[in-house]
Design a protein around this ligand. Structure first.
Ligand SMILES: [Zn+2]
Ligand SMILES: [Zn+2]
Length: 328
């Protein structure tokens, strides 16, 4: 079954229609029995694309194609239509990166070295996917059933998209426009403004951690590594190390203040089909975490207006406290 992009004629928004996704296992059970991501079950996953450490020994990190991809392989033919029922094939690549051989492990328990190993693995795979010059490589981690994780075994995902959806294109347009107007990166101005008020800063030790002014959910948190690179594929070792030193403690802090919440972690990055030096002028990759403690209801669906029941000025200090208690 080909996955396709359908365009909503009333909003111009794109929707991915990926029927095979419904066949996914629903296995968020806290047991490793039958888990396809556990060591010894490698034959249950699509062919391996990377393992760390490299070689034939036991792996610590392992990547392979997603068995239930949300996109079809690049070059897949599919029907295209315009008008009210506009559609085109959704193509690209979709990969899983298993972060640890341990089923019950979690990123929040990672040592700095282990977190760095995961980030290095993600960078390597992001690079490999970006080499095909898709429009975008999107990296994310779904934690907990409410965040869409269908398998409990700790893993991240990478999706290469051959077409950039309107929401992503709009983000890039704003950042490019800011650079055209000021000669500065929007994210740098934002970071400076956040440091200026200090109200929403969670930590600022190698990587700036803050909660965005217009946060859409409680405890939404940004990690901003200022390594001067526009995408994870191009991230510096120092940038990754700075995130590795901070991320596990941040996740422990979130687990503390919200009671081990489901969350989505996303890596924001620029387009993959432009020159890296050019990209770095207006774009900086960064990480954003969206805890999933709220649900979207009528107003959100009618207007796109997300209602955040808390203010980042109140939640950021809570998280800062929990995070320093959790150890940096
Ligand atoms: Zn497992
Ligand atoms: Zn951002």
């Amino acid at each position: 079954m080909i996955t396709e992009t359908r365009v909503d004629a009333e909003t111009g928004e794109w929707r991915l229609s990926a029927p095979r996704r419904a066949e996914r296992p629903d296995d968020a059970r806290p047991t490793s029995v039958g888990c396809p991501f556990c060591p010894g079950h490698e034959d249950q996953t699509p062919p391996e694309r990377m393992r760390l450490p490299a070689g034939d020994g036991p792996w610590q990190v392992r990547a392979f194609a997603n068995k239930f991809p949300i996109v079809s392989p690049a070059g897949t033919d599919g029907s295209t239509a315009t008008g009210l029922f506009s559609r085109f094939p959704a193509t690209g690549d979709h990969e899983v990166l298993v972060e640890s051989p341990e089923h019950d492990w979690d990123l929040r328990f990672a040592s700095t070295e282990k977190a760095l190993e995961v980030l290095l693995g993600l960078r390597e795979r992001a690079r490999a996917l970006a080499a095909g010059r898709p429009a975008a490589v999107v990296v994310f981690r779904n934690y907990g059933a409410a965040a869409g994780a269908s398998l409990r075994h700790p893993h991240s995902q990478l999706v290469a998209l051959d077409q950039a959806p309107p929401g992503l294109a709009a983000r890039w347009r704003l950042a490019r426009g800011h650079y055209a107007d000021t000669g500065r990166r929007l994210v740098d101005d934002l970071a400076a403004a956040e440091r200026g008020t200090g109200e929403r800063i969670v930590a600022d030790n190698g990587v700036l951690v803050y909660q965005p002014y217009a946060a859409s959910v409680p405890q939404q948190t940004v990690l901003f590594p200022d390594d001067g690179r526009g995408s994870l594929a191009d991230a510096t070792d120092d940038g990754l190390a700075a995130v590795a030193r901070t991320l596990p403690a941040l996740l422990r802090g979130l687990a503390e203040v919200l009671g081990d919440p489901a969350y989505n972690l996303v890596v924001h990055a620029g387009p993959s089909d432009v020159d890296a030096r050019e990209l770095a002028r207006w774009c900086q990759w960064h990480v954003e975490i969206f805890p999933r403690t709220t649900t979207f209801a009528g107003l959100e669906l009618a207007t796109g207006l997300l209602v955040n029941p808390s203010r980042p000025e109140e939640t950021a200090p809570e998280l800062a406290k929990a995070m320093s208690a959790a150890g940096r």
